[in-house]
Design a binder for this molecule. Structure first.
Ligand code: PLP
Length: 459
C-alpha cells in the first residue's frame, strides 16, 4: 500500500499560542531610535500619545521577550486561528523538484489576509483606552477591511483613506469595508490639507500609501476622540503578526521538518516579520539555520535599491523619522497590481536585520509573480493575492534550483492572503495586459537623494 501524503498540518484551538514574540529582546544589535523631526532627539511616549493608546506605545518600545495576548483578543483570533500550514505536494510535482514546499495560509481570516492579526489587538487597546474612532490608510484595501472588521468587534468607528489607484481598480474592497461598518475616502482627498496640497499640484494623482497615511494621521491628530492605526512597518504591528510564525513552528515540527529557506513578500514587512521572527529566535538559539529571504516588487524596491537613512513614514512629513530602507517619502510607485507592496519605506526592524545581514532580499517583476500565482492556483487550488505571488515566485525559483542540484531543501513561505477580490489583476495578466516596471539604479538613487535632501537636518 502506498503512503498517503499529508497535506494539511492543523493545530487545535487549545494549541494556539497565547503570547506574541518581541524580536527586539533577542536582536544581536539594537536598531537605531525613532527621531522627532523637530528636535532630532529620540521620540518619547508623549510624542506618540496624540495618535496611539499607551498600551501600544509601550509595546512599540518594549524589550520584553514575550507579551501576553489579552483574552478578548484571543477570543476574536479563534474565529479563524490557528491557521493551516500546507505542504504543496502538487506544486512540487508540477515543478519536478525534490524540494519540499510548505505554506502558512492566512487567507482564512475575515479579511482574507494576515492583517486582522494586528487590527484586532489595535482596535482592542484603543477601545479599552476610551477612543471612539480610528482612522487609517489602505492600499489594495486589505488593511482597511481588517481594521473595519476589528473596529466592529469593539464598537469603534472606522474611517479609511484608500489609495486612489486601488479605490478605482478594486471596488469590492471598499464594499467589504462598508459592509463591516467602515467609511472609505479615495486618497488624495479634499478632506485634508495634505490631500488638497497633492491635488493642487497633481489633480490626477493615483495616490500612494504615503499620501493616504498623511491624510489619516492629520485627521486623528486633530481630534482627541480619534486615534490612528497603522497596518504595517511599526514594531508593535510586526510583533502582533508573530502568532503566524509561532504557529508555523509547531506545525513544521508536526511535519517533522526544519526549514532551509524562509521566503516572504515585503510591503512594510509585517507578514514577513510575523512568520520569520520566531524562526530567527530559533536560529540565534542554534536550533536551526535557515536562510531568510524577503521578496519585493521590482517597481518598488526599497530593500534592494533604496537607501538606508532616516526618512518620514508618510508623504507630507507628519510622522517621526525612522531609519529604514527608503525610496524617499514622496516616491509614487507605478500602479502595480500588488497594491500592498507599494510603500516607499520598509519596517525599521526589517531594514535593520537586512543591514546586519540576518536576512537577504530580492526584487521580482510582476509578470514572473503572476506566472507563479497562476501555477499555484492550478496546482494547490488557492488563488493567491498578488502580494504573496512575489514570495511564491522566489519559492518556485529556489525549487527549480533544487531540481538542477538535486538538493532536498525545505522551503517555507507565507501565503499571506487570497486573491478573490483581486481577480481583475489576474484577468489583466491572463489577457497579456500586465507589464513590468523596473528602475535604473542611477535614476532611483537620484530620486531618493533628492527626497532625502528635503529632510530637516539632524543634529
Ligand atoms: C498588506 C499586505 C501585504 C503587505 O504588507 P506587509 O506588512 O509587508 O505584510 C502583503 N500581502 C497582503 C495579502 C497584504 O494584505
Amino acid at each position: 500500500m502506498s503512503q498517503v501524503p499529508q497535506h494539511k498540518f492543523q493545530l487545535d484551538e487549545s494549541q494556539m499560542p497565547t503570547r506574541w514574540y518581541n524580536v527586539l529582546h533577542d536582536l544581536p544589535t539594537p536598531p537605531p531610535p525613532v527621531l522627532h523631526p523637530g528636535t532630532g532627539q529620540p521620540v518619547g511616549p508623549e510624542d506618540l500619545a496624540p495618535l496611539f493608546p499607551m498600551d501600544l506605545i509601550l509595546q512599540e518600545v518594549s524589550t520584553e521577550q514575550y507579551v501576553d495576548i489579552p483574552d478578548e483578543v484571543l477570543d476574536v483570533y479563534r474565529l479563524w486561528r490557528p491557521s493551516p500550514l500546507y505542504r504543496a505536494h502538487r506544486l512540487e510535482k508540477a515543478l519536478g523538484t525534490p524540494a519540499r514546499i510548505y505554506y502558512k495560509y492566512e487567507g482564512v481570516s475575515p479579511a482574507g489576509s494576515h492583517k486582522p492579526n494586528t487590527a484586532v489587538p489595535q482596535a482592542f487597546y484603543n477601545a479599552r483606552a476610551g477612543v471612539e474612532r480610528l482612522t487609517t490608510e489602505t492600499g489594495a484595501g486589505q488593511w482597511g477591511t481588517a481594521l473595519a472588521f476589528a473596529c466592529a468587534q469593539y464598537g469603534l468607528g472606522c474611517e479609511v483613506w484608500q489609495v486612489r489607484a486601488s479605490y478605482d481598480q478594486k471596488p469590492y474592497r471598499r464594499m467589504m469595508i462598508e459592509t463591516f461598518g467602515g467609511t472609505v475616502h479615495p486618497s488624495p482627498s479634499e478632506l485634508t490639507a495634505a490631500g488638497r496640497a497633492i491635488l493642487a499640484e497633481h489633480p490626477d494623482s493615483t495616490g500612494s500609501l504615503g499620501i493616504a497615511i498623511s491624510e489619516a494621521v492629520e485627521v486623528a491628530a486633530q481630534d482627541p476622540t480619534t486615534n490612528y492605526a497603522l497596518g504595517s512597518v511599526l514594531n508593535h504591528v510586526l510583533m502582533h503578526q508573530t502568532i503566524i510564525g509561532e504557529e508555523a513552528l509547531l506545525q513544521l515540527a508536526q511535519a517533522g521538518e526544519t526549514p532551509d529557506l524562509l521566503v516572504g513578500c515585503t510591503g512594510g514587512g509585517s507578514n514577513f516579520g510575523g512568520l520569520m521572527f520566531p524562526f530567527l529566535r530559533e536560529k540565534w538559539a542554534g536550533r536551526m539555520n535557515p536562510t531568510v529571504r524577503a521578496v519585493e516588487p521590482a517597481a518598488c524596491p526599497s530593500l534592494t535599491q533604496g537607501t538606508y537613512a532616516y526618512d518620514f513614514g508618510d508623504t507630507a512629513g507628519m510622522t517621526p523619522l525612522m531609519k529604514m530602507h527608503t525610496l524617499g517619502h514622496d516616491f509614487v510607485p507605478d500602479p502595480i497590481h500588488a497594491g500592498g507592496l507599494r510603500y516607499h519605506g520598509m519596517s525599521p526592524l526589517i531594514s535593520h536585520l537586512y543591514e546586519t545581514r540576518e536576512i537577504e532580499a530580492v526584487a521580482k517583476p510582476q509578470t514572473e509573480c503572476f506566472s507563479a500565482g497562476v501555477l499555484f492556483a492550478r496546482t494547490e487550488g488557492i488563488v493567491p493575492a498578488p502580494e504573496p505571488t512575489h514570495a511564491l515566485a522566489a519559492a518556485v525559483e529556489e525549487a527549480l534550483r533544487c531540481k538542477e542540484s538535486g538538493e532536498e531543501k525545505v522551503i517555507l513561505t507565507a501565503l499571506c492572503g487570497h486573491g478573490h477580490l483581486d481577480l481583475p489583476a489576474y484577468d489583466a495578466y491572463l489577457s497579456g495586459r500586465v507589464v513590468d516596471h523596473a528602475w535604473e539604479d542611477a535614476d532611483i538613487q537620484a530620486a531618493v537623494a533628492e527626497a532625502l535632501a528635503k529632510l530637516p537636518t539632524l543634529a
